[in-house]
Design a protein around this ligand. Structure first.
Ligand code: ADP
Ligand code: MG
Length: 342
Protein backbone atom coordinates (compact mmCIF):
# COMPACT_ATOMS: atom_id res chain seq x y z
CA UNK A 1 0.00 0.00 0.00
CA UNK A 2 2.78 2.41 -0.86
CA UNK A 3 0.59 4.36 -3.24
CA UNK A 4 1.01 7.90 -1.85
CA UNK A 5 -1.48 9.18 -4.40
CA UNK A 6 -4.20 6.96 -2.96
CA UNK A 7 -6.91 8.91 -1.17
CA UNK A 8 -8.97 5.78 -0.51
CA UNK A 9 -7.42 2.31 -0.22
CA UNK A 10 -9.64 -0.71 0.23
CA UNK A 11 -7.68 -3.95 0.75
CA UNK A 12 -9.21 -7.38 1.00
CA UNK A 13 -12.44 -6.03 2.49
CA UNK A 14 -15.39 -8.32 3.15
CA UNK A 15 -18.82 -7.63 4.62
CA UNK A 16 -21.51 -10.27 5.19
CA UNK A 17 -25.11 -9.99 6.36
CA UNK A 18 -25.75 -13.32 8.04
CA UNK A 19 -24.71 -15.83 5.42
CA UNK A 20 -25.04 -13.35 2.54
CA UNK A 21 -21.58 -12.10 1.56
CA UNK A 22 -22.32 -8.65 0.12
CA UNK A 23 -18.67 -7.60 -0.36
CA UNK A 24 -16.10 -10.34 -0.89
CA UNK A 25 -12.37 -9.59 -0.44
CA UNK A 26 -12.64 -6.38 -2.45
CA UNK A 27 -9.65 -4.26 -3.43
CA UNK A 28 -10.08 -0.69 -4.62
CA UNK A 29 -7.91 2.40 -4.96
CA UNK A 30 -9.09 5.96 -5.51
CA UNK A 31 -6.32 8.33 -6.55
CA UNK A 32 -6.26 11.97 -5.47
CA UNK A 33 -8.38 14.32 -7.56
CA UNK A 34 -9.86 11.56 -9.70
CA UNK A 35 -13.37 10.23 -10.22
CA UNK A 36 -13.66 6.49 -9.71
CA UNK A 37 -16.75 4.76 -11.11
CA UNK A 38 -18.02 1.65 -9.35
CA UNK A 39 -20.02 -0.30 -11.92
CA UNK A 40 -21.95 -3.50 -11.35
CA UNK A 41 -25.37 -5.09 -11.69
CA UNK A 42 -27.99 -4.58 -9.01
CA UNK A 43 -27.10 -6.64 -5.93
CA UNK A 44 -23.38 -6.87 -6.78
CA UNK A 45 -22.37 -5.08 -3.56
CA UNK A 46 -21.75 -1.50 -4.75
CA UNK A 47 -23.77 0.26 -2.05
CA UNK A 48 -22.34 -1.95 0.67
CA UNK A 49 -18.80 -1.15 -0.48
CA UNK A 50 -19.63 2.57 -0.43
CA UNK A 51 -21.18 2.25 3.04
CA UNK A 52 -18.12 0.54 4.51
CA UNK A 53 -15.93 3.31 3.05
CA UNK A 54 -18.20 5.95 4.63
CA UNK A 55 -18.18 4.15 7.97
CA UNK A 56 -21.94 3.51 7.98
CA UNK A 57 -21.16 -0.21 7.94
CA UNK A 58 -18.40 -2.19 9.75
CA UNK A 59 -16.17 -4.71 7.94
CA UNK A 60 -15.49 -8.40 8.63
CA UNK A 61 -12.09 -8.62 6.92
CA UNK A 62 -9.43 -6.37 5.39
CA UNK A 63 -8.56 -2.72 5.92
CA UNK A 64 -9.76 0.66 4.66
CA UNK A 65 -7.56 3.75 4.67
CA UNK A 66 -8.61 7.32 3.84
CA UNK A 67 -5.89 9.84 3.11
CA UNK A 68 -3.24 7.62 4.69
CA UNK A 69 -5.17 6.85 7.89
CA UNK A 70 -6.61 3.43 8.67
CA UNK A 71 -10.33 4.01 9.32
CA UNK A 72 -11.72 0.44 9.30
CA UNK A 73 -10.41 -2.90 10.46
CA UNK A 74 -12.54 -5.83 11.66
CA UNK A 75 -13.98 -4.90 15.06
CA UNK A 76 -13.02 -1.24 14.86
CA UNK A 77 -14.30 1.57 12.69
CA UNK A 78 -13.91 5.34 12.86
CA UNK A 79 -17.51 6.72 12.83
CA UNK A 80 -18.75 8.45 9.64
CA UNK A 81 -18.69 11.96 11.13
CA UNK A 82 -15.03 11.53 12.07
CA UNK A 83 -14.04 10.43 8.55
CA UNK A 84 -13.37 12.98 5.89
CA UNK A 85 -16.15 11.73 3.62
CA UNK A 86 -19.08 13.53 2.00
CA UNK A 87 -22.11 11.53 0.90
CA UNK A 88 -24.58 12.19 -1.93
CA UNK A 89 -27.54 9.83 -1.98
CA UNK A 90 -29.77 8.64 -4.81
CA UNK A 91 -32.71 10.94 -3.97
CA UNK A 92 -30.38 13.82 -2.87
CA UNK A 93 -31.95 13.64 0.64
CA UNK A 94 -32.19 17.43 1.07
CA UNK A 95 -33.96 18.77 4.17
CA UNK A 96 -37.27 20.07 2.74
CA UNK A 97 -37.92 22.62 5.50
CA UNK A 98 -34.47 24.22 5.19
CA UNK A 99 -33.35 26.69 2.53
CA UNK A 100 -30.61 25.88 0.08
CA UNK A 101 -28.08 27.84 2.16
CA UNK A 102 -29.22 26.12 5.37
CA UNK A 103 -28.96 22.72 3.72
CA UNK A 104 -25.42 23.42 2.57
CA UNK A 105 -24.40 24.79 5.96
CA UNK A 106 -26.08 22.03 7.97
CA UNK A 107 -22.85 20.22 8.87
CA UNK A 108 -21.08 23.48 9.80
CA UNK A 109 -23.19 24.47 12.82
CA UNK A 110 -21.25 26.54 15.31
CA UNK A 111 -18.38 27.25 12.95
CA UNK A 112 -17.35 30.87 12.50
CA UNK A 113 -16.52 30.33 8.83
CA UNK A 114 -19.96 28.92 8.12
CA UNK A 115 -21.44 31.86 6.18
CA UNK A 116 -18.31 32.37 4.13
CA UNK A 117 -18.08 28.65 3.28
CA UNK A 118 -21.74 28.49 2.27
CA UNK A 119 -21.40 31.63 0.14
CA UNK A 120 -18.33 30.23 -1.61
CA UNK A 121 -20.09 26.93 -2.31
CA UNK A 122 -23.24 28.66 -3.60
CA UNK A 123 -21.01 30.55 -5.97
CA UNK A 124 -18.99 27.58 -7.09
CA UNK A 125 -22.10 25.43 -7.68
CA UNK A 126 -23.78 28.22 -9.70
CA UNK A 127 -26.46 28.59 -7.02
CA UNK A 128 -25.65 32.16 -5.94
CA UNK A 129 -29.23 33.38 -6.50
CA UNK A 130 -30.76 30.28 -4.92
CA UNK A 131 -29.56 30.54 -1.31
CA UNK A 132 -32.98 31.45 0.09
CA UNK A 133 -34.97 29.02 -2.05
CA UNK A 134 -36.48 25.81 -0.70
CA UNK A 135 -35.50 22.49 -2.29
CA UNK A 136 -38.91 21.76 -3.85
CA UNK A 137 -38.67 24.91 -5.99
CA UNK A 138 -35.42 23.75 -7.62
CA UNK A 139 -34.85 21.75 -10.79
CA UNK A 140 -33.39 18.25 -10.54
CA UNK A 141 -29.98 19.53 -11.59
CA UNK A 142 -30.06 22.30 -8.98
CA UNK A 143 -31.08 19.87 -6.23
CA UNK A 144 -28.19 17.68 -7.27
CA UNK A 145 -25.76 20.59 -6.96
CA UNK A 146 -27.13 21.49 -3.50
CA UNK A 147 -26.61 17.89 -2.38
CA UNK A 148 -23.06 18.00 -3.73
CA UNK A 149 -22.39 21.40 -2.10
CA UNK A 150 -23.60 20.03 1.24
CA UNK A 151 -21.29 17.04 0.84
CA UNK A 152 -18.35 19.34 0.02
CA UNK A 153 -19.00 21.79 2.88
CA UNK A 154 -16.83 20.03 5.45
CA UNK A 155 -13.93 19.79 3.02
CA UNK A 156 -14.02 16.00 2.68
CA UNK A 157 -11.08 14.00 1.39
CA UNK A 158 -13.52 12.05 -0.75
CA UNK A 159 -17.10 12.42 -1.95
CA UNK A 160 -19.14 9.22 -2.22
CA UNK A 161 -22.13 9.24 -4.57
CA UNK A 162 -24.57 6.31 -4.70
CA UNK A 163 -26.51 6.16 -8.00
CA UNK A 164 -26.84 9.95 -7.90
CA UNK A 165 -29.26 10.27 -10.79
CA UNK A 166 -30.91 6.90 -11.15
CA UNK A 167 -34.22 8.54 -10.22
CA UNK A 168 -34.04 10.69 -13.37
CA UNK A 169 -34.30 9.61 -16.97
CA UNK A 170 -33.81 10.66 -20.56
CA UNK A 171 -32.39 14.03 -21.50
CA UNK A 172 -32.68 15.40 -17.95
CA UNK A 173 -30.55 12.55 -16.66
CA UNK A 174 -27.74 13.22 -19.14
CA UNK A 175 -27.89 16.93 -18.29
CA UNK A 176 -27.74 16.35 -14.54
CA UNK A 177 -24.94 13.82 -15.00
CA UNK A 178 -22.80 16.15 -17.10
CA UNK A 179 -23.50 18.98 -14.66
CA UNK A 180 -22.45 16.82 -11.74
CA UNK A 181 -19.18 15.82 -13.38
CA UNK A 182 -18.43 19.48 -14.12
CA UNK A 183 -19.18 20.46 -10.52
CA UNK A 184 -16.97 17.64 -9.21
CA UNK A 185 -14.14 18.70 -11.53
CA UNK A 186 -14.51 22.35 -10.51
CA UNK A 187 -14.31 21.40 -6.84
CA UNK A 188 -11.17 19.33 -7.39
CA UNK A 189 -12.68 16.66 -5.15
CA UNK A 190 -11.77 12.99 -5.26
CA UNK A 191 -14.95 10.98 -5.73
CA UNK A 192 -16.40 7.50 -6.00
CA UNK A 193 -19.58 7.30 -8.07
CA UNK A 194 -21.71 4.15 -7.96
CA UNK A 195 -23.79 3.29 -10.99
CA UNK A 196 -25.26 0.26 -12.73
CA UNK A 197 -25.20 2.04 -16.12
CA UNK A 198 -22.17 1.40 -18.32
CA UNK A 199 -22.53 4.58 -20.35
CA UNK A 200 -22.86 6.77 -17.24
CA UNK A 201 -19.84 5.06 -15.73
CA UNK A 202 -17.64 5.41 -18.79
CA UNK A 203 -18.57 9.05 -19.42
CA UNK A 204 -18.09 10.16 -15.81
CA UNK A 205 -15.16 8.20 -14.53
CA UNK A 206 -11.39 8.56 -14.90
CA UNK A 207 -11.03 5.05 -13.49
CA UNK A 208 -13.51 2.23 -13.17
CA UNK A 209 -13.86 -0.73 -10.86
CA UNK A 210 -16.19 -3.52 -11.97
CA UNK A 211 -18.13 -5.46 -9.36
CA UNK A 212 -19.74 -8.87 -9.62
CA UNK A 213 -21.12 -10.92 -6.72
CA UNK A 214 -19.32 -8.83 -4.12
CA UNK A 215 -15.94 -8.95 -5.82
CA UNK A 216 -14.06 -6.24 -7.69
CA UNK A 217 -13.37 -8.31 -10.81
CA UNK A 218 -11.33 -5.75 -12.78
CA UNK A 219 -10.17 -2.15 -12.50
CA UNK A 220 -8.69 0.25 -15.02
CA UNK A 221 -9.57 3.19 -17.22
CA UNK A 222 -12.89 2.94 -19.09
CA UNK A 223 -10.99 2.51 -22.35
CA UNK A 224 -8.80 -0.28 -20.96
CA UNK A 225 -11.78 -2.15 -19.59
CA UNK A 226 -13.81 -1.72 -22.77
CA UNK A 227 -11.03 -2.87 -25.05
CA UNK A 228 -9.22 -5.37 -22.79
CA UNK A 229 -11.66 -7.05 -20.39
CA UNK A 230 -10.21 -10.19 -18.80
CA UNK A 231 -13.50 -12.02 -18.30
CA UNK A 232 -16.87 -12.40 -19.99
CA UNK A 233 -18.51 -10.76 -16.97
CA UNK A 234 -16.28 -7.68 -17.27
CA UNK A 235 -16.76 -7.52 -21.05
CA UNK A 236 -20.55 -7.65 -20.70
CA UNK A 237 -20.69 -5.01 -17.96
CA UNK A 238 -19.29 -2.43 -20.38
CA UNK A 239 -21.59 -3.15 -23.31
CA UNK A 240 -22.67 -5.63 -25.94
CA UNK A 241 -20.15 -8.13 -27.23
CA UNK A 242 -20.27 -10.98 -29.76
CA UNK A 243 -18.89 -14.20 -28.29
CA UNK A 244 -18.05 -17.41 -30.15
CA UNK A 245 -16.34 -20.56 -28.92
CA UNK A 246 -12.61 -20.81 -29.50
CA UNK A 247 -9.89 -23.39 -29.10
CA UNK A 248 -6.52 -22.56 -27.55
CA UNK A 249 -3.37 -24.46 -28.66
CA UNK A 250 0.05 -23.39 -27.45
CA UNK A 251 -0.78 -19.76 -26.97
CA UNK A 252 -2.88 -19.35 -30.10
CA UNK A 253 -6.68 -19.10 -29.98
CA UNK A 254 -8.73 -19.95 -33.08
CA UNK A 255 -12.43 -19.44 -33.84
CA UNK A 256 -14.69 -18.72 -36.81
CA UNK A 257 -13.74 -15.04 -36.35
CA UNK A 258 -10.00 -15.65 -36.72
CA UNK A 259 -6.97 -16.07 -34.52
CA UNK A 260 -5.16 -14.24 -31.76
CA UNK A 261 -2.39 -15.01 -29.30
CA UNK A 262 -3.31 -15.64 -25.67
CA UNK A 263 -1.79 -16.53 -22.32
CA UNK A 264 -4.69 -18.89 -21.58
CA UNK A 265 -3.92 -22.61 -21.26
CA UNK A 266 -4.74 -25.14 -23.99
CA UNK A 267 -8.42 -26.03 -24.27
CA UNK A 268 -11.78 -24.37 -24.78
CA UNK A 269 -12.12 -20.58 -24.53
CA UNK A 270 -14.28 -17.79 -25.95
CA UNK A 271 -13.44 -15.22 -28.56
CA UNK A 272 -15.14 -11.85 -28.59
CA UNK A 273 -15.62 -8.76 -30.75
CA UNK A 274 -17.67 -5.67 -29.91
CA UNK A 275 -20.40 -4.76 -32.43
CA UNK A 276 -18.41 -1.57 -33.10
CA UNK A 277 -15.25 -3.53 -33.92
CA UNK A 278 -16.65 -5.62 -36.78
CA UNK A 279 -16.63 -4.08 -40.24
CA UNK A 280 -18.48 -5.04 -43.37
CA UNK A 281 -16.46 -5.74 -46.53
CA UNK A 282 -17.01 -7.16 -49.98
CA UNK A 283 -17.74 -10.90 -49.72
CA UNK A 284 -14.33 -11.85 -51.10
CA UNK A 285 -12.46 -9.48 -48.73
CA UNK A 286 -13.68 -10.91 -45.44
CA UNK A 287 -15.21 -13.89 -43.70
CA UNK A 288 -18.37 -14.95 -45.56
CA UNK A 289 -21.56 -13.98 -43.73
CA UNK A 290 -25.25 -13.53 -44.58
CA UNK A 291 -27.44 -10.64 -43.44
CA UNK A 292 -30.51 -11.72 -41.45
CA UNK A 293 -31.76 -8.35 -40.23
CA UNK A 294 -31.06 -4.62 -40.34
CA UNK A 295 -32.35 -2.34 -37.57
CA UNK A 296 -31.97 1.38 -36.91
CA UNK A 297 -31.00 2.56 -33.43
CA UNK A 298 -30.46 6.30 -33.97
CA UNK A 299 -26.69 6.77 -34.02
CA UNK A 300 -26.07 3.63 -36.10
CA UNK A 301 -27.71 0.63 -37.72
CA UNK A 302 -27.54 -2.83 -36.18
CA UNK A 303 -26.85 -5.45 -38.83
CA UNK A 304 -27.25 -9.05 -37.76
CA UNK A 305 -25.44 -11.59 -39.89
CA UNK A 306 -24.81 -15.34 -39.66
CA UNK A 307 -21.29 -16.69 -39.80
CA UNK A 308 -21.20 -20.46 -39.51
CA UNK A 309 -23.68 -21.31 -36.76
CA UNK A 310 -23.28 -17.91 -35.07
CA UNK A 311 -25.21 -14.67 -35.38
CA UNK A 312 -23.08 -11.54 -35.11
CA UNK A 313 -24.40 -8.14 -34.14
CA UNK A 314 -22.59 -5.37 -36.05
CA UNK A 315 -22.96 -1.59 -35.62
CA UNK A 316 -22.83 0.09 -39.02
CA UNK A 317 -22.71 3.82 -39.72
CA UNK A 318 -21.90 3.68 -43.45
CA UNK A 319 -23.53 1.98 -46.40
CA UNK A 320 -26.04 -0.70 -45.48
CA UNK A 321 -26.51 -4.20 -46.90
CA UNK A 322 -29.98 -5.68 -47.48
CA UNK A 323 -31.49 -8.65 -45.71
CA UNK A 324 -30.35 -11.84 -47.49
CA UNK A 325 -27.16 -10.28 -48.92
CA UNK A 326 -23.97 -12.30 -48.82
CA UNK A 327 -21.33 -10.03 -47.25
CA UNK A 328 -17.83 -10.24 -45.85
CA UNK A 329 -16.95 -9.30 -42.29
CA UNK A 330 -13.60 -8.45 -40.76
CA UNK A 331 -12.43 -7.43 -37.30
CA UNK A 332 -9.24 -5.75 -38.55
CA UNK A 333 -7.54 -3.79 -37.13
CA UNK A 334 -9.01 -4.40 -33.66
CA UNK A 335 -7.53 -7.51 -32.03
CA UNK A 336 -10.02 -10.24 -31.16
CA UNK A 337 -10.58 -10.71 -27.44
CA UNK A 338 -9.73 -14.11 -26.03
CA UNK A 339 -11.56 -14.80 -22.77
CA UNK A 340 -11.72 -17.74 -20.37
CA UNK A 341 -14.99 -19.72 -20.27
CA UNK A 342 -15.74 -18.61 -16.71
P1 ADP B 1 -25.91 -2.97 -5.05
O1 ADP B 1 -25.76 -1.62 -4.44
O2 ADP B 1 -24.81 -3.34 -6.00
O3 ADP B 1 -27.25 -3.17 -5.70
P2 ADP B 1 -25.93 -3.92 -2.30
O4 ADP B 1 -24.60 -3.58 -1.73
O5 ADP B 1 -27.06 -3.05 -1.93
O6 ADP B 1 -25.81 -4.08 -3.89
O7 ADP B 1 -26.31 -5.40 -1.86
C1 ADP B 1 -25.45 -6.50 -2.10
C2 ADP B 1 -26.10 -7.75 -1.52
O8 ADP B 1 -26.16 -7.67 -0.10
C3 ADP B 1 -27.53 -7.95 -1.98
O9 ADP B 1 -27.76 -9.32 -2.14
C4 ADP B 1 -28.34 -7.39 -0.83
O10 ADP B 1 -29.60 -8.00 -0.78
C5 ADP B 1 -27.50 -7.73 0.37
N1 ADP B 1 -27.65 -6.73 1.44
C6 ADP B 1 -27.30 -5.45 1.39
N2 ADP B 1 -27.55 -4.81 2.54
C7 ADP B 1 -28.10 -5.76 3.36
C8 ADP B 1 -28.58 -5.74 4.73
N3 ADP B 1 -28.55 -4.63 5.48
N4 ADP B 1 -29.07 -6.90 5.23
C9 ADP B 1 -29.09 -8.03 4.47
N5 ADP B 1 -28.65 -8.10 3.21
C10 ADP B 1 -28.16 -6.99 2.65
MG1 MG C 1 -27.06 0.03 -4.47
Amino acid sequence: MANIDAIVSVSGVSRAFGRKVAVDRADLTLSRGRILGLLGASGSGKSTLLRVISGLEPIDAGTIAIDGQIVSIPGRAVPPEARRVGMVFQDFALFPHLTVAQNIGFGLKGRTDRDATVAALLDRMRLADRGRAFPHTLSGGEQQRVALARALARDPAVVLLDEPFSSLDGALRAEVRDDLVQALRDSGASAIVVTHDAEDAMIMADDLALMEAGRVIQAGTPHELYTRPTSVAAARLLGPINLVEAEVRQGLATSVLGQNSTLLPDGAALMGARPTDIRLTKPEAGLPARVVSVGFSGAFHVVRATIGSHILSIHVTGQLPAVGDGIGVTTDPTPLLVLPLT
